[in-house]
Design a protein around this ligand. Structure first.
Ligand SMILES: [Zn+2]
Length: 231
């Protein structure tokens, strides 16, 4: 049995489409929302999403935290936690560092504010997480270089060849993690999936995973509970 979690950053409106996909295939995900994200989910959207999936904090302004003073870090991190808790009426236990940027002081502030886990952008090939405040990821939904040529191809309805590279790679990684009974963490940005027209390849992948019998689905918070807090 291997563990499968997903996370989605920033709080874009397209997150609702991700949530529908996760629901369709019985999967779990954590949605990290920054308050000032453009094209952001409305507060009604966030409330309804919180009933399906986990909501996590991602600062107020998508701040580059290591550049801030300790007081500014607290303001950004605590402010986003309190805002999401007032919107959802529930505690927020998971945090994600914007740009994957974190220093020791940031980590300490996150831990001191009552978060149980924080997701980083550190990549692993599916080994068990060792630090609740540095949850690693396995693979991102493909960040194809968005060049003028990519744009022309997409406009013409052609998926760039580089995207099929992601499709092959993600399946190879899944097989490896499943064989090792490890931890697979898929993350991405719904706005990027929309921009690169990756919805069908993402759905195909999720559908394939959902047909497996050897997989346990958890949100990021549930993953931390399972690995670090014995729940
Ligand atoms: Zn972000």
């Amino acid at each position: 049995m291997f563990t499968f979690t997903t996370s989605w950053d920033d709080g874009d409106k397209n997150d609702l489409r991700i949530a529908d996909l996760l629901d369709r295939y019985g999967m779990r995900g954590t949605f990290y929302i920054a308050k000032t994200q453009k094209n952001r989910l409305s507060e009604e959207d966030i409330l309804s999403l919180s009933k399906q999936q986990e909501i996590g904090a991602h600062t107020l302004t998508h701040a580059d935290l290591p550049l801030l003073t300790k007081e500014e870090k607290i303001h950004e991190i605590q402010g986003s936690k309190e805002w999401l808790e007032s919107v959802t009426g529930n505690s927020v236990h998971s945090f994600c560092y914007p740009y994957g940027r974190v220093d020791e002081e940031t980590r300490e502030v996150v831990a001191s504010l009552g978060f149980k886990a924080a997701r980083s952008s550190v990549k692993t090939l599916g080994t068990k997480p060792t630090d609740p405040y540095m949850l690693p990821v396995t693979t991102m939904t493909y960040r194809a270089p968005y060049t003028p040529i990519t744009k022309i191809l997409l406009t013409a309805g052609v998926t760039p060849a580089s995207n099929s590279g992601w499709e092959v790679l993600v399946r190879e990684k899944l097989e490896k993690v499943a064989a090792d009974e490890g931890y697979f963490h898929l993350w991405g940005h719904s706005w990027e999936i929309e921009k690169l027209k990756l919805w069908s390849s993402l759905e195909m992948f999720l559908k394939e995973v959902s047909l497996r019998k050897d997989v346990l689905y958890v949100s990021n918070g549930e993953l931390a509970d399972k690995v670090f807090y014995g729940e």
